[in-house]
Design a protein around this ligand. Structure first.
Ligand code: F6R
Length: 602
């Protein structure tokens, strides 16, 4: 979704903002823009397309200034175009705004403003903020921002400048992320930490309806009643290298390769930090666990459902898409544990699901990667994944970290519920501890996966099948492939094939079959034979020593592992397969079309 960066300080804001925008590219965007304060006015350059296009415009029409705001826009209201790009400046050229979020009552506000004779330049919801701010402006920008925020409905993270205040940059947020960075040469607002990390690792996390007033040598915080606030200054512990490609052609490949390390760190951090947290949770009081999330995080939840059911024998474990859960009026209460899974901690539907669960009295536990994010802060309990910054839009390492944390949670719950002995707990924990090394072994097969994937670029459609927990991870394999390679794909439970999908199988269809469930090996192989006999080719991923590869059957063997934790191994092959299919098609792997890293609007 949109990215915001703003700077006020004693250096030229323009290169700082352009560099910050580059660090926010991963969020997904279709246009970009920048505005700097310049002698009682603003200099603005906005451009549809990639940042390279904005840079080309800036080369023709250079800007400079000590205070500015920049934005990468992911269109929601109004097509991607120069005029719809941010920053938006009001018709009196007094106030400039960058916005991430959606203003739900913008039509009504726009009608009112137009009725008062205020002309609009764009089709965006965001422009109403700049126009409203100019309309309410009384000489005090802080008052004006507070006034505007009381009128806006929806979600927003805002950066606001006024021509009357050459050194004041104001930020406010509601339901969309915004951080404030402080450095020795100036201060920043940004949607995410990587945008400021080159200059500082000291940040404040803004909470909803908190306002930051930045000057070149100070930052002050206020609540919506204009009362001053004290906020803790946090230190970011990861460095810029974690947010750089480190010699890999794409962030996605780098992040796939980091997985053994990330698994190790997440396991260690869970054992060292979270066992005591879970000890305080009265698991026996729950009669239902609902795991809710979006996209890949939801798929992690589908895998976890199998693990929780198998180990904890819980009466009810449900996995539900957060976008459905939030509107379903689910039957949950204080005896329900709602587990929220999210890399960003800012996904709008997952936040709404969390708030819905809390309003019904459920206990909420989140598994989140981004420290200081809304879900990390608002859930009753939060377990952080130690994946570090994930830049590629398609998640890989954060997904793996979510999975392993969910396994550990299931093991601890099973012990607390008396469903497994301590001896079994130790066995399970040592199987989990062995996953990083097994992940390393899989990564050694990268060449054969790459070679095989290079033969698959021509497919229009690829199907993924599995049974039981292999079906759960097939969902993730299918999502990964379609989002970065633009090849249509579907995942099916093997047993469902004959209930519909097999009609799509024809000469040279590719079916990816995942097989780690020993007792179901015969069944999945019989599915494979059924599709092969109709002309399909099969890529078999799993621990299947009995499989006999031939021109129709290609096998990628996984190291032996417990069936319950095998998704952590299958997924690495699935990620590499998708990556190399997309790479062979020459696609923009880290920033697939139309997708955003953090879906902060509905
Ligand atoms: C897919 C992907 C998305 C996210 C989803 C949820 O590769 O990355 O499907 O998993 O948008 O995002 P988070 O985990 O940030 O809530």
């Amino acid at each position: 979704m949109c990215g915001i960066i703003g700077y006020v300080g004693n250096k030229d804001a323009v290169p700082i903002i352009v560099d910050g925008l580059k660090k926010l590219e991963y969020r997904g965007y279709d246009s970009a823009g920048i505005a700097v304060y310049k002698q009682n006015s603003f200099d603005v350059v906005k451009q549809k397309g990639r940042l390279a296009a904005l840079e080309a415009r800036l080369a023709e029409r250079p800007l400079s200034g000590r205070m500015g705001i920049g934005h990468t826009r992911w269109a929601t209201h109004g097509e991607p175009s120069d005029v719809n790009s941010h920053p938006h400046v009001g018709s009196k050229n007094k106030i400039a705004v960058v916005h991430n979020g959606i203003i739900e009552n913008y039509k009504h506000l726009k009608e009112r403003l137009e009725h008062w004779g205020i002309p609009f330049a764009s089709q965006t919801d965001s422009e109403v903020i700049a126009q409203l701010a100019e309309h309410y402006y009384n000489g005090d920008l802080l008052d004006t921002v507070i006034h505007v925020s009381t009128v806006l409905e929806g979600s927003y993270a805002l950066g606001v400048m006024c021509v009357d205040d050459p050194d004041i940059l104001i930020a406010i947020k509601k339901d969309n992320p915004l951080i404030i960075g402080v450095s020795d040469h100036g201060n920043f607002i940004a949607s995410d930490v990587p945008a400021v990390l080159k200059h500082t690792n000291k940040v404040y996390y803004l909470n909803d309806k908190e306002i930051a007033v930045l000057r070149n040598n100070s930052v002050e915080f206020f609540n919506i009643d204009k009362e001053p606030l004290e906020k803790p200054l946090e230190t970011i512990t990861w460095n810029l290298d974690s947010a750089e490609k480190g010699g890999y052609p794409h962030f996605m490949l780098k992040e796939i390769m980091e997985q053994p390390k990330i698994l190790r760190e997440t396991i260690n951090s869970a054992v060292n930090n979270y066992k005591s947290v879970i000890d305080t949770l009265d698991v026996a009081k729950f009669n239902k666990i609902v795991i809710t999330a979006c996209g890949s995080a939801y798929n992690a939840g589908v895998v976890a459902k199998y693990v929780f059911e198998r180990l904890c024998r819980f009466p009810s474990v449900e996995t539900e898409l957060a976008s459905e859960f939030r509107y379903r009026d689910a039957v949950i209460n204080e005896k329900t544990l709602v587990v929220l899974v999210s890399q960003s901690g800012e996904t709008a539907d997952t936040i709404a699901a969390m708030r819905e669960a809390k309003s019904k009295g459920a206990v909420t536990l989140s598994i989140v990667n981004v420290v200081g994010s809304t879900i990390a802060k608002e859930a009753d309990f939060c377990l952080l994944t130690a994946a570090g910054p994930e830049i590629a839009v398609a998640t890989t390492k954060a997904f793996s970290a979510q999975l392993v944390l969910l396994y550990i949670l299931a093991v601890w719950f099973a012990v607390k519920l008396g469903k497994i002995t301590q001896k079994v707990e130790q066995e399970l924990m040592s199987q989990i501890a062995a996953l990083p090394e097994k992940a390393e072994d899989i990564l050694k097969q990268i060449d054969s996966i790459q070679k095989y994937a290079s033969t698959c670029v021509g497919y229009k459609s690829i199907f993924f099948i599995g049974r039981n927990i292999d079906y759960a991870i097939a969902l993730e394999g299918s999502l990964k492939l379609k989002e970065i390679s633009y090849i249509h794909s579907e995942a099916y439970a093997g047993g469902e094939l004959k209930h519909g999908t097999i009609s799509l199988v024809e000469e040279d269809t590719l079916v990816v079959a995942i097989s780690n469930c020993a007792t179901l090996y015969g069944k999945i192989m019989s599915n494979a034979e059924q599709v092969i006999s109709r002309g399909a080719k099969v890529l078999l991923i799993g621990n299947c020593p009995a499989a006999k590869p031939d021109d129709k059957l290609f096998c990628i063997a996984l190291p032996e592992s417990s069936e319950l934790f095998s998704p952590s191994l299958s997924v690495i092959v699935l990620q590499l397969f998708s990556y190399y299919v997309a790479a062979n098609k020459g696609l923009d792997i880290d920033k697939p079309r139309n997708l955003a890293k953090s879906v902060t609007v509905e």
